[in-house]
Design a protein around this ligand. Structure first.
Ligand code: ACO
Length: 151
């Protein structure tokens, strides 16, 4: 298992993490909105209102109390597979200044751990070709194709 340095802490997302750079870290993935603290906590509460479904973990730099890594997973309830569940990983991001220090790997381990403990029979995600080696290092293998239709 990857180890976190003593200067870092991994924990669930908190309702007040807007002030700890959460959206700035996500901006390595895509454009992020300028939310007010009220809008942010409302979105947080919306996710929380679906019990046992949405989980986000963050890695926090203790010295600055700011987020440097983040990742999410949500649980899909199926009728097939004897009412099985699938974990879907989304929005993995590590601050550019600390990429390559195994924080991404640590986030993925935490999320797959949640998925397993929730009884999911598999954990899946979509990624670009250049991230395939990273996810292979995390124990994933390439399966089938992603299809998308934007609205
Ligand atoms: N190509 C080859 N190997 C890679 C790559 C890559 N692009 N990225 C990481 N690795 C390897 C590392 O070298 C390391 O290998 P090692 O164990 O042999 O040393 C291993 O994968 C683990 O890497 P980490 O240090 O944990 O990677 P990092 O902390 O930099 O996080 C991440 C990887 C999340 C992809 C980060 O670079 C990032 O935030 N990129 C921009 C945003 C992004 O693309 N996010 C993923 C989108 S897909 C999704 O969200 C489902």
């Amino acid at each position: 298992k990857a180890k976190l340095g003593d200067d870092l802490h991994l924990r669930p997302l908190a309702r007040t993490d807007l002030q700890r750079n959460h959206l700035a870290v996500l901006s390595v993935l895509t454009s992020t909105p300028n939310l007010t603290p009220a809008q942010y906590s409302q979105a947080f509460d919306t996710l929380r209102s679906c019990p046992n479904t949405y989980y986000t973990v963050v890695i926090v730099a203790k010295a600055t109390d700011s987020i440097v890594g983040v990742g999410s997973i949500f649980m899909e309830q199926k009728f097939t597979r004897n009412l099985g569940r699938v974990g879907h990983i989304e929005d993995i991001a590590v601050d550019k200044n600390v990429q390559g220090r195994k924080l991404g790997l640590r986030v993925i381990e935490a999320l797959t751990g949640i998925s397993e403990s929730m009884g999911c029979y598999k954990t899946i995600l979509n990624c670009s070709d250049h991230n395939i080696p990273f996810y292979e290092k995390c124990g994933f293998e390439k399966k089938e194709n992603e299809m998308a239709r934007y609205h």
